[in-house]
Design a protein around this ligand. Structure first.
Ligand SMILES: Nc1ncnc2c1ncn2[C@@H]1O[C@H](COP(=O)(O)OP(=O)(O)OP(=O)(O)O)[C@@H](O)[C@H]1O
Ligand SMILES: O=C(O)[C@@H](O)C(=O)CO
Length: 428
């Protein structure tokens, strides 16, 4: 294994696994496997990139650090030359959150400084300029992310946000420096390291900027960022002759289907509305769940009753409703109750033969996949930017798509089911 990734949630992990497996033309990508948690056994010999999916985005920082260091140990034991810490392109974390502490802990363990921190993902509209994160043409804190149920992002200045997480001084590779080329960028990173800056926010507004950063960091032991930071990394290995390159290939999976959605993001809510126009949907009443009057059995019954018609069950609400529910029951309590609800519905569906499962939302995906007992996925075709088809490596055969809240076109959900069965327009 050449390249190892520690991802702080499951959808983010499949996002970066997709980037690495696909690579860029003409070289292509690396043979990539997404692991669910730190594997108990060594990787298969043919794996060139391993992506460990943690569920560490919204847990206490000390636990996130411990899990990330365990993942690092496993990846180093597989021979990884380069490590990426993958977090969300919208930098999801609170001031008590984990991006800073995990980044610093990994840097310390690897004994490196001047480590890139770049959440930019231009294909999904995320860019960083002068250390400030934009979503489309809005600053992060005016993009809808300020209403996120778990990680409300209220400041677009990433250096200031990281410093609030106790990282010490944070550096900046600004866009003008990046435009001066690889040598200037490397020198700026070295200077940041000499000043004792462990993490360095890097600007990037186009894919070319991410490729330039990857080139400047070809020998870096550690990078951190969104999936975009991995865009140019396979090419570094392929050009040096350490990997062969090419495109991923998995077989389609047929069988009964289910769509489960806990994401409350603007994009997801629009996708649900689009799906509703021509498919059965089930709006989960959160009050009824909290009072124990609606259970996983109700979701399972709805999915079974609507077999072959792409049934979708969702808890997603608009920001005002989410805020009211959180006030009434407590933020963590609602989230954990709903995550557990989706997890047990998915488990029952899988055990009774459902073979294609699409999930909306990172936390929701983490809960669902953990309950299914799957340990690894091969990466298949891309459905929409950042969301690939996933096919379980072992067992009865399960095809999934784990959609980050903000990702996907409006017709994502139906399209994902087709892509899993290999019948979608994008199927390879
Ligand atoms: N109606 C609701 N009210 C409050 N919380 C909700 C509601 N519906 C879902 N949730 C919780 O909100 C959280 C949504 O997070 P999740 O990570 O699944 O989606 P997301 O944040 O949109 O996606 P991503 O993390 O991929 O960007 C989950 O923990 C979920 O259980
Ligand atoms: O970067 C993103 O937005 C996603 O990969 C993600 O991590 C959200 O789950």
């Amino acid at each position: 294994m050449l390249l190892g990734v520690i991802a702080d949630d499951f959808t983010g992990a499949s996002d970066i696994a997709n980037t690495i497996a696909k690579g860029i033309a003409p070289e292509g990508g690396l043979r990539t496997v997404q692991y669910l948690g730190v594997p108990a056994a060594p990787a298969a010999a043919d794996v060139e990139a391993g992506v460990i999916s943690l569920k560490s985005r919204s847990i206490p920082a000390a636990e996130a650090v411990a899990q990330s260091l365990a993942a690092l140990d496993w990846l180093l034991a597989q021979g990884c030359r380069q490590i990426v810490f993958k977090y969300c392109s919208t930098f999801d974390s609170t001031p008590e959150g984990n991006i800073g502490p995990v980044g610093v802990a990994l840097a310390r363990r690897l004994d490196v400084r001047g480590v890139i921190a770049c959440p930019a993902f231009p294909d999904a509209g995320r860019s960083v300029y002068m250390g400030h994160l934009f979503v489309g043409n809005r600053l992060l804190n005016e993009s809808g992310m300020e209403h996120h149920p778990l990680n409300p992002m209220t400041d677009p200045d990433l250096r200031r946000w990281l410093a609030r997480q106790g990282t010490g001084p944070v550096g900046l590779i600004d866009w003008p420096t990046l435009q001066r080329g690889t040598v200037a960028t490397r020198a700026a990173l070295d200077a940041a390291a000499a000043r004792g800056e462990q993490l360095v926010i890097a600007d990037a507004i186009r894919n070319d900027d991410l490729l330039a950063l990857a080139e400047a960091c070809a020998d870096a032991r550690l990078l951190t960022g969104g999936s975009g930071i991995a865009l140019g990394l396979p090419r570094n290995f392929i050009r040096r002759g350490a990997a062969h390159g090419g495109t991923p290939d998995v077989r389609g999976i047929g069988g009964p289907e289910a769509i489960l959605v806990g994401s409350c993001s603007r994009a997801t809510r629009a996708q649900i509305e689009r799906h509703r126009a021509s498919h059965p949907v089930f709006a989960i009443d959160v009050d009824q769940v909290m009072e124990g009057r609606l259970t996983a059995q109700d979701i399972v019954a709805f999915i079974r009753a609507n077999r072959d018609t792409a049934p979708l069950a969702y808890s997603s609400s608009d920001p005002d409703q989410v805020a009211a529910l959180q006030k009434k029951y407590g933020r963590e309590t609602v989230a954990h109750t709903l995550d557990a609800l989706f997890a047990s519905a998915a488990k029952e569906l899988f055990e009774s033969g459902t073979r294609r499962i699409v999930v909306g939302g990172g936390e929701t995906s983490g809960a669902v996949v953990s309950a299914l007992g799957i340990t690894s996925f091969r990466i298949g075709p891309e459905i929409d930017p950042g969301v690939p088809v996933l096919v379980s490596e072992a067992g009865a055969g399960l095809g999934m798509a784990l959609k980050s809240g903000n990702f996907g076109a409006e017709d994502f959900f139906a399209k994902a089911l087709d892509a899993i069965s290999g019948t979608g327009a994008d199927a390879r």
